[in-house]
Every structure is written in C-alpha cells, then in structure tokens.
Design a protein around this ligand. Structure first.
Ligand SMILES: C=C(O[C@@H]1C=C(C(=O)O)C=C[C@H]1O)C(=O)O
Length: 405
C-alpha cells in the first residue's frame, strides 16, 4: 500500500494515521478481509477461542463474549474444509475497520512477489491424474444412487528460491475490484514461522447485520478471455448451459434449505445471474433473508457453520459427496474451500468461502482449485476450469503461465 498518495473519499486524519501505523507494523497483521463491503484488518492476538469439541461454534462464540474480559468486540478466523478439523478463531488486540473508499484497486503497487526463473511448480495431483479422478467421480455419479455432484480439487505446489511476502500477494490480488481478499496468519495455531493463508474470493458464504442476512453462492464457471468477443460468448454460453444451471441449482437449494428454518423471510430477488472476476465467469444467485429472532438467531459465525460446506465446494448430497472427496482426493484441503470471516458481540459479521487461495510456508506455496463434477462434466473441461481458477493467484505471483499446469 502506498501511504504517500492522496487517498480519495472521506478518509479522516485518524484513518490515515492508522494506515501509516499499520504500514510500519505490517508484519504484525494477523488477519484481514477486504472487499466491496466494509473491510477489517486486525493486529495481534489477544485471546484464542477454545476448541471445545463437544459444543457448537455458535455456543463457543456466545460463551466467549459472555465471559467479558475486555478487548475488541470481534472474533476473526477461519473454518477448515473438513468440519472435523480445528477451527482457528481469535480475538485480535487491535482492529481497523475501513470503509469501501479505502479499497485499493487498479494498479499493483507492490513488486512482483516471485520471479518465475527461480520457481519450481508441481501439480499434485498433476493434470492427468486429476482427469482420472474426474472419471471416477463421474462413474460414482452415474452409478444410480442419488449422488449428483462432487467438487474435486487439485493443488499446485510452488517452491520459490526465497520467502514470499504474503502482504505483497494480497495487494496484487486486490487489483481485482470484484473479489474479497483475505490473509490469515496460520502460525497462530501451527506455530510455524511464515505460515499464512492468502487469497481472493468472489463468494460470500453469509453476512449478517441485525436481522438481515445475505448469501451469494456461486457454481458453474467459465474462463474469461482477453478477446472481448470470446469473453462475451463465454458468459452467454455459461448463462445458457443446462449442465451449469443444474450444478448451480443444487447450491442455491442447499442454501435455502439451511437458512429457511431460521428465517422469517428468504428470497433470491434477482434470480440467477453472472458474476465475474478478472479471470472467471460464474453463475451466482444472491439470497437475502430476515432472521426470525435477532437475539436468539444464529450469529454470522453460527450461520457460516450451518451452511459450510455448501455444494459449491462439497457436493450433493453432502455426506455422500464428502465421502467421495475423501476417497478420490489424495490431499488434505486444509483451509482451502473452508471459510474466512469475522463475527461480533451482536452476532453481525461476514464470512466468505476460502477460494483462489494459497497456503504459504516461507518460500513454499500450495495453491488449490476445484470444480463441480455433475453428469455431463468432462475430464478435459474440468482440468481446464481448475487451470483457469489458478490464474488469479498465479498472476498475483507474477507467473503468467497458460501451459499444462
Ligand atoms: C471450488 C472452487 O470454486 C467453486 C466452484 C465453482 C464451480 O464448480 O463452478 C464455482 C465457484 C466456487 O463456488 C475453486 O475456486 O476452487
């Protein structure tokens, strides 16, 4: 972030001072979520949320805030993809809330985080092995039981010759105004030096403000093109694709089914539409609702835990799809395809699906990308879709690679 530049909008002197201060202490930033909604950056870890395997996340969050020991009234954190794994939640020492006007977009102010000459990139599984996984998923879907969608992912392992700067990656990802960038200091839990999760997600899992909630599930994707005509056609074809609409509908139905019991009103006023990032087109449906009860309704974190994993990252039906993912994917997803966000004492908060991300450990990065497999999917197209989904992170890293990744 270039703090020497004039800042547009209504930025106060205090906000400027805070930005300068955090710039000077950028190594202490442990969590950030920055997008078109108000953004949050946090510094230091005041207290971690106890893990408590017997109680729900909602109960643990309530108990945390009931036990008043001061500090900011917010918990930030991440849910792993596998709900049996440990969540990472903590109360920060200091919080900076930023309005939308402070969002930095357009020009990458940072140096390219990596030089491709000093890189090793390995697909794990590689593209051919992933295509074979897709074949197996299709066989399971075609087997006659009610399995209809399995989201399969693959990874790129990147080994750089020097440690990468996670903040520089986030700043470059933020050049796309359509995404919400995130950074989570995973060393809070792992203790491993330089262990971070960074990414740029287009998908809102759930937000809550007072009684109002929203979710914007995505499913059904097409790569964008630099050629405007090809790009427009890709979007039109996606909007018309029966296979992608079917894949999308499963996610929307699951979100409605999960949220209906706690809502007095729930609707998708605009129906299915196109959502874009700088590299992808997606089918998206914005869902809006009003909770039955503000005080007794679930908090934003509780809602995220109810929804996760949606069929956008798991499949349908949920348990059968998760079993298939465990059987077919040779790797642990970690926090990829989990959720990142915050929740406060009032229950308000924002949670995003942790997509288009990289787990960083010093000079090693692991990128994940997945695609929904349904009847009508083909291995080649799913390989191409996952390649396209890697592009946002690769570009942020300074890698312009369209080859056989
Ligand atoms: C699984 C990913 O993305 C999800 C899967 C999509 C799809 O299958 O079309 C679209 C958006 C996301 O919900 C990913 O980016 O890795």
């Amino acid at each position: 972030m270039d703090i020497g530049e004039p800042i547009a909008g209504t930025t106060s002197q205090r906000a400027l001072d805070e930005r300068r201060e955090h710039h000077e202490h950028r190594e202490h930033q442990v969590f950030s979520l920055r997008g078109s909604d108000a953004s949050i950056q946090t510094f230091g870890v005041r207290r971690r949320l106890a893990l408590g395997y017997a109680s729900t996340l909602e109960d643990r969050v309530r108990a945390f805030f009931a036990d008043e020991t001061g500090g900011p009234n917010v918990l930030v954190g991440a849910l792993p993809f596998d709900t049996n794994r440990d969540t990472l939640f903590f109360q920060p020492e200091r919080v900076i809330w930023e309005g939308v006007e402070n969002r930095m977009t357009g020009v990458a102010r940072s140096n390219v985080p990596l030089r491709s000459s000093s890189l090793q990139i390995v697909g794990e599984p590689d593209a051919a092995a992933y295509a074979a996984m897709v074949e197996q998923a299709l066989a399971r879907i075609g087997a006659g039981d009610d399995l209809r969608k399995i989201v399969l992912s693959r990874r790129l392992r990147i080994h750089a010759s020097a440690p990468v700067d996670p903040m520089a990656i986030v700043e470059r990802l933020a050049c796309d105004p359509k995404v919400t960038t995130f950074l989570v200091d995973l060393s809070v839990a792992s203790g491993a030096h330089g262990h971070r999760l960074v990414g740029a997600t287009p998908e809102l899992l759930v937000s809550r403000k007072g009684l109002r909630i929203a979710s914007h599930p995505l499913a059904g994707s097409a790569a964008r093109s630099a050629d405007p005509e090809v790009d427009r056609r890709a979007a039109e074809d996606l909007l018309r694709s029966e296979k992608d609409r079917r894949e999308h509908a499963l996610v929307v139905e699951a979100v409605f089914d999960t949220l209906s019991p706690v809502c007095a009103e729930l609707s998708a006023p605009e129906g299915i539409g196109l959502q874009s990032t700088s590299t992808m087109w997606h089918l998206g449906t914005r869902i809006e609702g009003v909770l039955k009860s503000e005080e007794h309704g679930p908090s934003a974190a509780g809602l995220a835990a109810m929804l996760h994993p949606t069929p956008a990252v798991g499949g349908h039906p949920r348990e059968a799809a998760l079993e298939a993912i465990r059987a077919l994917e040779p790797h642990d997803r970690g926090f990829y395809a989990g959720a990142v966000g915050w929740t406060d004492t009032k229950g308000d908060g924002h949670w995003y699906v942790a997509l288009r991300c990289a787990e960083i450990r010093g000079s090693r990065l692991t990128l994940h990308a997945g695609a929904g497999i349904v009847a009508g999917s083909t291995p080649d197209r799913e390989v191409a879709e996952t390649s396209a989904k890697f592009r946002a992170m690769l570009h942020a890293l300074g890698i312009h690679e369209d080859g056989a990744l």
